[in-house]
Design a protein around this ligand. Structure first.
Ligand code: IDP
Ligand code: MG
Length: 159
């Protein structure tokens, strides 16, 4: 039931100065940050991370977007963290993302707009979609010695 999930604050979130605000949301929800680092990925790494999308029409725009600056990579841990974090992140298309979600509160663009410009839709954040992806993505982004096991004040409330 305690899961780990990979989260990336994408270059648009870093450049817009939203790292702190977004981290605060996760900390307030009681999720534990067990890994965190800034990484500027290259095209090869993008293809590994976005393996499922490489053949898609929007991939070139997605690749330029994810490689245009550093990302903040995080591993979050908590009860059913994978689904909880996806819920907090909101729908992929900012136009469709509900208010109260990270994408709904900090972005508004549509697929239609991104596609006319040939850019990846700038939606601030990536979060693993399911348990299989989470395991694969955490291992891709973090070495085991970069992940930490420690107690937070939230633990007494959830264990
Ligand atoms: P997710 O990030 O919500 O899991 P995915 O479908 O896995 O969404 O897509 C990965 C990323 O690719 C999205 O977060 C978004 O930045 C970008 N993307 C997805 N679909 C489109 C599209 O139709 N046009 C432009 N960019 C897209
Ligand atoms: Mg995805």
């Amino acid at each position: 039931m305690i899961e780990r999930t990979l989260v990336l604050l994408k270059p648009d979130a870093v450049q817009r100065g939203f790292m702190g605000e977004i981290l605060t949301r996760f900390e307030r929800a009681g999720l534990k940050i067990v890994g965190m680092k800034m990484v500027w990925v290259d095209k090869d790494f993008s293809k590994q991370h976005y393996e499922e999308h490489v053949e898609k029409g929007f991939y070139p725009g997605l690749e330029s977007m994810i490689t245009e600056g550093p990302v903040l990579a995080l591993v979050l841990e908590g009860v059913e963290a994978i689904g909880t974090v996806r819920k907090m992140v909101g729908s992929t298309e900012p136009k469709a993302a509900a208010p109260g979600t990270i994408r709904g509160d900090y972005a508004h663009v549509s697929y239609g707009y991104a596609d006319t410009k040939n850019i990846g839709v700038k939606n601030l954040i990536h979060a693993s979609a399911n348990a299989e992806d989470a395991q694969k993505e955490v291992a891709l982004w973090f070495a085991s010695q970069e992940l930490h096991t420690y107690k937070t004040v939230h633990d007494v409330h959830i264990l």
